[in-house]
Ligand binder design. Structure first.
Ligand code: SF4
Length: 875
């Protein structure tokens, strides 16, 4: 590539535009696209570090069969033959595809066509099932279609934005920045966060409601009652909606005390919502990832339908999706219970239209297995051939150990991915090298229904191929040559857009037939566009006109009651564990872990514990906690914080067997699903927590990748090498030998040791001439070191310089990284706030640059200001 290529960020559902530019010397830069409607040039910390994740380290560059590299014909012939033989012997439902919101729409389309139209099973499901299936189901129950009614600008136009189960600041950072900027421009705007945990997003809120986990239905039922009693029901709009009386009766029967909220706070919230016309309720995983997620979604939708606050500027419910193309997957039929273009599997007319359009031999009439069911069927041996594409279910599925064992026991497993270094790919018989971001070409849809192009700007390395080509190659080898004879993604997109015209003729909303005639050049140049795209209409809001897509054409309110929680802490497992994401990592870290900058923010798996619980359980700050549920165990670093309430703990979901000794948090989470959506509960697991009996803690720096065998370890990349946090339950007799073994160092490497018997410190550095090959700092307590300084000093420092573990008196320790873009640490920020009397995030930015690039750290900067100047926070 020369010059500039516009593309789309591969991480979250905000779907920010990115410009890839090469200068005359060939150097590549990536920056936010000012012309993209989602971000107008902004990028968050993950988007800003994309350039650090596109090298070929750890890339899979050729197909492998049984761990041995081979050519494409051998690999694809084998996959096609195994699928064909399995189907012949055991029927179409004996195969399954488990795909991903990382796929581009064109890839998704081909996979869905192969499974549903030609193999003749609906056993294709996506990891989006874990992300937003409850929103899909809630939308379909209320609207008759899976459609987000509004646009991002509604968050900016609203007078009240309510964020329910959404840590927008960390999980959708650019949308959060847009909200924060709108709030700064219109200080009268109000923001409320509803989350059992206080998060970075709460820093923006006027009111934070730490409701009891799982009690969202009771809260929104209380709001519906308040709307009614205050005369805030929109009777004109209700003429287009069924079910109000039943929904209200159910709401009256519910008990607002189930929320556990202070009645005054609850009153303030429902009062504010009721008297504000322009309200947007944003919700995401905290609502969806629940055994009652669909009811929670509908409880929110009930309030917007009853008040007519939907499909209008600044008013509406707004589900934000986790993955870059979760929306595209929903549209293209990636879920086991949907056909393409919002057409329905159970609808005979839809089925036969799709079958005829594809000239397909089959069209299953019953839904396939949803994610949890699919892996249960694999475990029972009913699914005998499994193709997993761009996802890591051995880590990310609930009951992850059982899922891992099911995959390991499956007769034939294919994995398509960009790397073979995942917990799942290690279990596969065939691993297929798929194109990564920057190497592939297609479209994605973001949370506001905007379709954007991902474009190629990197040379495709080795034998790597795009997913559509891999899947189509298997389809042709299975005998369906004409159906899978695509020249490229533009041809696939045209077919998809044409099919959507059939959906439009059925009166469905997903219709992009206006794009069906794009030439290859027009497809290449396609600017971001919000669907629908027809001759009659492009983009815009839905449902403001009272027109819905149910059989009656009317919206539906549902009678809902708060359900008893499925996971109840008891004497054996007395704490309730919530799970979620960190700011700078993505999913199971196959890409973000490549960036030292991103790993610097939070470099190991951790457990947030309330101080009262920590004291009761004997958990010291930075100790290692052993966390056990009825089905699994994890070892996590203790972070003591009032962000979680007593009786609750929180753990992030990113760490894998590649990155930590026992950080796979979903190994603890039981596979309990919402009965409507099939989405698993990820936010409420009963656990017990105890301190691991650590005899020695360690911090390691190494040139080469460390491979610890210690009781606890977590490794991450740093500039010029690696770091690892270590803990032993039996102190090694010979620390030098231990370091050699962990880092694979040759006998010839020299050792320098430092012992401080008084403080129990023992440090060993291995050197080769002037180069420090590895440095290990150990202590009987969690190792107190200037980690941020050590990380930056490691490459290029002398042994003597490193041995002290902290900078000299003339060089202050910057502390843990807060601003990843400019590498500004917490100590530097605290000192500047005090010494220079900084009073705002903008003043910190002017003084230190922190927060002035991607802005992802601004909530943390505000929290530091509040903590350092408590009087300002109270004003
Ligand atoms: Fe990418 Fe960040 Fe934008 Fe999400 S908010 S799309 S991660 S740049």
């Amino acid at each position: 590539m020369t010059g500039e290529r516009r593309t789309t960020c591969p991480y979250c559902g905000v779907g920010c535009g990115v410009v890839a530019a090469r200068d005359v010397a060939g150097a590549l830069t990536l920056r936010g696209d000012r012309a993209h409607p989602a971000n107008a040039g902004r990028l968050c910390s993950k988007g800003s570090a994309l350039g650090e994740t596109i090298d070929l380290d750890d890339r899979l560059l050729a197909p492998t069969v049984g761990g041995t590299a081979t050519d494409w014909d051998t690999a694809l012939d084998l996959v096609a033959r195994k699928l064909r033989d399995t189907i012949a012997a055991h029927g179409p439902d004996s195969v399954g595809f488990y795909v991903s919101g990382q796929l581009l729409t064109e890839d998704y389309y081909v996979a869905n066509k192969l499974m549903k139209g030609f193999i003749g099973s609906a056993n294709i499901d996506t990891n989006s099932r874990l992300c937003m299936a409850s929103s899909v189901a809630g939308h379909r129950r209320a609207f008759g279609t899976d459609t987000v009614p509004g646009s991002y600008e509604d968050l900016e136009l609203a007078d009240l934005v309510v964020l329910v189960g959404s840590n927008l600041a960390w999980c959708h950072p650019v949308l959060f920045q847009r909200l924060a900027a709108a709030r700064a421009a219109r200080p009268e705007m109000r923001v409320v966060t509803i989350d059992p945990r206080r998060t970075a997003t709460s820093e923006l809120a006027d009111l934070h409601l730490a409701l009891r986990p799982g009690s969202d239905v009771a809260l929104f039922n209380a709001l519906l009652v308040r709307l009614y009693e205050q005369g805030a029901i929109d009777k004109g709009y209700l003429a287009h909606v069924d079910g109000f009386d039943e929904a209200l009766r159910a709401a009256y029967a519910d008990d607002p005390d189930a929320t556990g909220l202070d009645p005054a706070d609850l009153h303030d919230f429902v009062d504010l919502w009721t008297r504000t016309e322009r309200v947007v309720t944003v919700y995401s995983q905290g609502v969806n990832q629940s055994a009652t997620g669909t009811d929670k979604v509908n409880a929110i939708l009930n309030c917007h339908l009853a008040s007519g606050r939907i499909g209008k500027p600044g008013a509406g419910p707004f589900s934000v999706t986790g993955q870059p193309n979760a929306m595209g997957g929903r549209e293209v039929g990636g879920l086991a219970n949907m056909l393409a273009c919002h057409m329905e599997l159970e609808n005979a007319a839809h089925r036969s239209a799709v079958r005829e359009f594809w000239d397909a031999p089959a069209a299953p009439s019953v839904p396939g297995k949803k994610a949890v069911e699919m892996f249960e069927a694999v475990g029972r041996g009913e699914i005998r051939a499994l193709w997993i594409i761009h996802t890591n279910p051995a880590v990310s599925m609930p009951d992850a150990d059982r899922v891992r064992d099911a995959i390991a026991g499956c007769e034939f497993v294919v994995v398509s991915d960009i790397t073979a270094r995942t917990d799942t790919a290690r279990l596969a018989h065939v691993v297929l090298p798929a194109a990564a971001w920057g190497e592939k070409d297609g479209t994605v849809t973001n949370s506001e229904r905007v379709i954007s192009r991902q474009r190629t700007f990197l040379k495709v390395p080795g034998k790597v191929r795009p997913d559509w080509e891999i899947i189509a190659g298997v389809g042709r080898r299975m005998g369906w040559t004409a159906a899978f004879d695509y020249a490229g993604p533009a041809e696939i997109f045209r077919e998809y857009a044409t099919l959507s015209g059939i959906a439009g003729r059925f009166g469905l909303d997903f219709d992009i037939s206006g794009l069906a005639g794009l030439s290859d050049a027009e497809y290449d140049a396609l600017a971001p566009v919000q669907w629908p795209v027809t001759t009659a209409r492009t983009g815009g809001r839905f449902f403001g006109d009272g027109r819905f897509f149910t059989a009656t054409g009317r919206g539906r309110m549902l009678p809902l009651r708060a359900a008893a929680p499925k996971a109840v802490p008891d004497a054996a497992y007395p704490l309730l564990m919530n799970t979620g994401r960190v700011r700078d990592h993505w999913h199971t870290m196959t890409r973000t872990a490549k960036s030292p900058r991103l790993s610097a923010h939070l470099a190991e798996p951790y457990l947030e514990v309330n101080p009262a619980d920590a004291e009761r359980l004997g958990l010291a700050p930075a100790a290692i906690a052993e966390v056990e549920s009825a089905i699994g165990r994890a070892l996590l670093r203790v972070r003591i914080t009032t962000a979680v309430a007593p009786g609750q703990v929180f753990a992030p979901m990113h760490w894998t067997a590649e990155t930590a000794s026992a950080g796979r948090i979903d190994a603890l989470v039981a596979a309990v699903t919402d009965p409507v959506s099939g989405q698993p509960e990820s936010k409420a697991t009963a656990v017990r927590v105890s301190p691991l009996a650590v005899t020695r803690y360690g911090f390691l720096l190494s040139r080469d990748e460390p491979r610890p065998g210690t009781a606890y370890w977590a490794r991450a990349r740093i500039r010029g090498g690696w770091q690892a946090e270590l803990a032993w339950t039996e102190t090694p007799a010979d620390l030098e030998a231990e370091l050699r073994a962990i880092c694979g160092l040759p006998e010839g490497a020299g050792a320098i040791e430092l012992r401080d018997a008084g403080r129990g410190l023992h440090r060993v550095l291995m050197v080769d001439g002037d180069e420090v090959l590895a440095a290990l700092f150990t202590a009987p307590e969690p190792v107190a070191l200037a980690r941020s300084w050590l990380r930056s000093a490691y490459a290029g420092s002398t042994a003597a310089g490193l041995m002290a573990g902290r900078p000299g008196a003339d060089r202050p320790d910057p502390g843990a990284t807060v601003c990843a873009c400019f590498d500004v640490g917490v100590n530097t920020i605290r000192a500047a706030i005090l010494d220079r009397n900084l009073a705002s995030v903008a003043e910190i930015g002017a003084a230190l640059q922190a927060g002035t690039n991607c802005g992802s750290c601004r909530p943390e900067l505000q929290a530091l200001l509040d903590a350092t100047h408590p009087s300002l926070a109270a004003e």
